[in-house]
Design a protein around this ligand. Structure first.
Ligand code: C2O
Ligand code: CU
Length: 545
């Protein structure tokens, strides 16, 4: 196994990813950052220099379980103190599973400012994957606002509340298109080489391509498609799936999929690759666009396709999205054996609440706020005043709660933790409910430090009585690290709490976790090795080592 060393300067730079000029948080001057490429079992070392001058940072390696390195998970407030301006922090971890993963800032809402990228982990030589292809490409999907992170975050905490609203652009590999005539003069340059329509890849007729697609949108659920071509889904979040064919792939923030695309269309022209917002009405957001071209004499990969860009599916068609979620099973030869039952079941009700005049998200009545001392340090060192000792509730009043009405009670803002027995099996049922505007929306939930089996998705209210369990797939569930909680429904997952550390589980919509939509799990803290002093220095960990 190899060691890959990276040195990253994190700094603000003027960027025009959709032609509108804006300060972006960059890695060595780039946004998105470079793709990390490694082989299963390799060690990654990233030396992060925070050159943001006035802003902290922390970087999370999304989908990497951090076995034996829980301090390298990169969540400010949970696994480390933020990296202060001028400071350097070294992340060191092993990529123990092949697949497609992501990285991004995990400090405030900094991810939306541009600090994100992909991690590609190949299988070792000699290991055969259950599919074949000629070449591979990465496709990182994003959404983009012209307002700064500060303006967005301030709006969320201010009274009256100002939501981040619809993104100005959708990005494909960090590029978008925006109609510059809508921007004040001098702020937008439609001919900037940084932005605009560009080739995604050039296909050789007859060849098969593996696209590693990841979404790090801040808000948007997306549909991705390549005009005229079907896609065969073969991998999800690092696990092989029973292959299935789609015209458009629904992908939620924090998810990755690998798809096979065969270059089997007329090679004399180009085709659209496009992303569209689904799940919320974003008619003001133009679709994300790029060009898929064919290597063919006389064909120019920069020429827009002769057809109109695809319109995308209806944004409010939940049925087809749930259907696609339900079509994902483990590949028959790669089913990860699942424990037959759980030691503990958490029923987690997601509600939007008004607390002290602020709009917050709560889980079983608790809106999560990160403590000044990171949980990992506080729990390992037994600092009982550094976080809230009162455990949050395992359940909610599921008999009488009306999920089709806005939350009747207020909830509290606090910093508790679910303490899980090391090695125990935990079922989590995420339950959606109506927001204060009496509508329900999709939330992609991401678990740090583990992968979970996806037991199933249902409509309405989950009924813990026997008949609800019958809807669950215990035969060949896929494992994932991120799963959608569809609007007006529930999602059930199972995992083994076998990774000593403290782990965040949260909605991957940046504004939502910022508004408290997450919970913290701890297991086996006594088994965590000696904490590196570099994660300390804030709150009660000042001066510790
Ligand atoms: Cu990619 Cu805690 O998130
Ligand atoms: Cu959410």
């Amino acid at each position: 196994a190899r060691v890959h060393n990276y040195t990253w300067d994190i700094s603000y730079q003027y960027k025009s990813p959709d032609c509108f000029e804006k300060l972006a948080v960059t890695v060595n001057g780039e946004a998105p950052g470079p793709t990390i490429r490694a082989t299963q079992g390799d060690t990654i070392v990233v030396n992060v220099h925070n050159k943001l001058e006035t802003e902290n940072t922390a970087i999370h390696w999304h989908g990497i379980r951090q076995i034996d390195t829980p301090w390298a998970d990169g969540v400010a407030g949970v696994t480390q103190c933020p990296i202060l301006p001028g400071e350097t922090f070294a992340y060191k971890f092993v990529v123990d599973r092949p697949g497609t993963y992501l990285y991004h800032a995990h400090y405030g809402m900094q991810r939306v400012a541009g600090l994100n990228g992909m991690i590609v982990v190949k299988v070792p030589d000699g290991i055969v994957e259950p599919f074949s292809y000629d070449e591979e490409h990465t496709v990182l999907l994003g959404d983009w606002w012209h307002k700064s992170v500060y303006e967005q975050a301030t709006g969320l905490t201010e009274t009256p509340f100002v939501f981040v609203t619809a993104p100005q652009s959708l990005l494909i590999n960090g590029r978008g298109t925006f109609d510059c005539s809508l921007a004040p003069s001098g702020t937008c340059n439609a001919s900037s080489p940084d932005c605009g329509l560009r080739p995604l890849f050039t296909a050789v007729p007859g060849k098969t391509y593996l696209l590693r697609i990841g979404s790090l949108t801040s808000l948007s659920s997306l549909s991705f498609e390549i005009e005229g071509h079907s896609m065969t889904v073969v991998e999800a979040d690092g696990y092989y799936v029973r292959p299935f064919v789609v015209k458009n792939l629904f992908i939620y923030s924090g998810e990755t999929y690998s798809v096979l695309v065969k270059a089997d269309q007329d090679p004399r022209r180009n085709y659209w690759a496009a992303s569209h917002v689904v799940g919320r009405n974003a008619s003001q957001t133009p679709s994300g666009k790029a060009i898929v071209s064919y290597a063919f004499k006389g064909n120019n990969p920069w020429i827009p396709p002769p057809t109109a860009p695809p319109a995308g599916p209806a944004w409010n068609n939940t049925v087809i999205r749930v259907q696609q979620s339900r079509a994902i099973f483990a590949h028959p030869r790669f089913v990860e054996p699942m424990p037959a039952g759980a030691d503990r079941t958490l029923l987690l009700l997601n509600t939007q609440n008004r607390i002290d005049g602020h709009i917050k998200w709560t889980i079983n009545g608790v809106s999560l706020i990160f403590p000044a001392t990171p949980y990992l340090v506080a729990m390992k060192r037994g600092m009982t005043t550094a976080y809230d000792q009162r455990p949050p509730s395992d359940t909610y009043d599921h008999m009488s709660y009306d999920i089709s009405a806005p939350a009747p009670t207020n909830g509290t803002v606090r910093s508790p933790v679910y303490r899980l027995a090391l090695g125990s099996v935990v079922d989590v049922v995420l339950q959606n409910s109506n927001m204060l505007n009496n509508k329900s929306e999709t939330h992609p939930w991401h678990l740090h430090g583990h992968d979970f089996w996806v037991l199933g998705y249902g409509e309405g209210k989950f009924n813990p009585a026997a008949d609800a369990w019958r809807l669950l797939n215990v035969r060949d569930p896929i494992m994932k690290n991120t799963v959608p909680l569809h609007n007006d429904g529930w999602t059930a997952v199972r995992f083994r709490a076998d990774n000593p550390g403290v782990w965040l589980f949260h909605c991957h919509i940046e504004a939502h976790v910022f508004m408290g939509m997450g919970v913290v799990f701890e297991e086996g803290i006594e088994r965590v090795g000696k904490l590196p002093p570099s994660i300390m220095g804030c709150g009660q960990s000042k001066g510790l080592h």
